[in-house]
Design a protein around this ligand. Structure first.
Ligand code: PLP
Length: 394
């Protein structure tokens, strides 16, 4: 008989977005006269930049002709896309060798795969509240999770304590769901800790493009010592609207050595065994998104989401609601009103204001009593939701 992976039974039921959708649909069925405003899901709503569309059309036409047709792609990414990623780092004064760039279909895929580099015995520290895949992918591989709670007191930016015992740590800055972002000095504490412990940091830079504060690093490699301890994952999903198009990259520096072995070389071996490359069309789209013009066009969309964040933060400020985020991130993380847990607030806000968000407890136990709004909705929906929030909290 086949023995299955018994670690799957250790996973908690992931029902957060399913349950919020179900409750919203039930409410709409019972109250057809009411219109719900959805600020729950962290998915983009604006279309791709024109230069990206142009690049996609051009690549499709190339595939239609014998002389420009492409078959299998190199497993680690096409040279032009690796160069585009390296150039994106160079704009920030960070040197990344294209050989350290591994093109992928997005962070989700690589989060699932990166654990293949590490032994089961490693303890995995996860700064919470967090994107659930950090813990879940490691639980599936039989690793022990060490949650590091973000709290109101530490500004949802916990730092390594001398007692912390872990060999891997997942950091996301700016963070989903809290919107909190580490300053250079704070992130340096994690880098120094990892180098002292010979630990490895997996740094999720999915929301890098939303940073406005000059003291918040866009890449962990802006910090001295990071090349010796950190793997960084980047995605065009939120920065360029690629959630449904798919493209990203992971950087594994050549200086990252553990137990005498190069993790960059191990990742080459992993990718060339476990993948067959990323679509030519999408790599051309990614290359276009990372040109000056592509970045400029995407920034126009990001500006719309940032305006949404301003509308929501202004409403919460007016009502005296305590919140984090909204400044360097497309999320607002607010405290539920006195006495309400995350799900009670979800139901009350939906019933009384017709606004749907995401209960914070879905991102880890320390998210209980907190709530997430996404700023990715349309300006019209966001403006109306802001009005309704003002009336709700009055
Ligand atoms: N990391 C974080 C923090 C996210 O919020 C998301 C998506 O919402 C992802 C990774 C997944 O990104 P991708 O679309 O590149 O798979």
């Amino acid at each position: 008989m086949t023995h299955i992976n018994s670690d799957y039974s250790k996973l908690t039921e992931s029902y957060l977005f399913y349950e919020t959708k179900l409750r919203a649909e039930r409410f709409e069925a019972a109250h057809p006269e009411r219109r719900l405003l959805r600020l729950g899901i962290g998915d983009v709503t604006l279309p791709l930049a024109p230069v990206v569309i142009e690049a996609l059309h051009k690549a499709v036409d190339e595939q239609a002709r014998q002389e420009s047709f492409h078959g299998y792609m190199p497993e680690l990414g096409m040279g032009f896309m690796k160069q585009a990623a390296a150039a994106n780092y160079a704009r920030r004064g960070v040197t990344v060798d294209p050989e350290e760039v591994f093109v992928c279909y997005g962070i989700g895929d690589d989060l699932g795969a990166i654990g293949g580099l590490f032994a089961r015995e490693n303890r995995v520290a996860v700064v919470e509240p967090a994107y659930p895949a950090y813990a879940d992918t490691n639980i599936m591989s039989g690793r022990t999770i060490v949650p590091i709670p973000g709290t109101e007191e530490n500004g949802f930016l916990p730092l390594p304590s001398p007692e912390l015992e872990a060999e891997l740590v997942y950091l996301c800055s700016p963070n989903n769901p809290t919107g909190a972002a580490y300053s250079k000095a704070q992130l340096q504490r994690w880098v120094d800790w990892a180098n002292e412990q010979q630990a490895v940091i997996i740094f999720d830079a999915a929301y890098e493009a939303f940073i406005t504060d000059p003291d918040v690093p866009h890449s962990i490699y802006e910090l001295p010592g990071a090349r010796e301890c950190a793997i960084e994952m980047f995605s065009l999903s939120k920065s360029a609207g690629f959630t449904g198009t798919r493209l990203g990259y992971t950087v594994v520096p050549k200086a990252l050595i553990r137990e005498g072995r190069s993790l960059q070389q191990m990742w080459v071996r992993n990718r060339s065994t476990c993948t067959n490359g990323v679509s030519y069309l999408l790599q051309r789209a990614g290359e276009a998104a990372l040109t000056e013009e592509g970045l400029r066009q995407s920034r126009a969309n990001l500006g719309v989401y940032q305006k949404n964040a301003e509308l929501l933060t202004a409403a919460l400020d007016r009502c005296g609601v305590r919140y984090f985020g909204g400044q360097n991130a497309p999320y607002l993380w607010l405290r539920c009103p006195e006495g309400m847990d995350s799900w009670a607030f979800f139901d009350d806000l939906m019933e009384r204001a017709g606004v749907v968000g995401t209960p914070g407890v879905g991102f880890g136990a320390c998210g209980e009593g907190w709530f997430r709004f996404s700023c990715f909705s349309t300006p019209a929906v966001t403006a109306e939701a802001a009005e309704r929030l003002i009336a709700y909290f009055a």
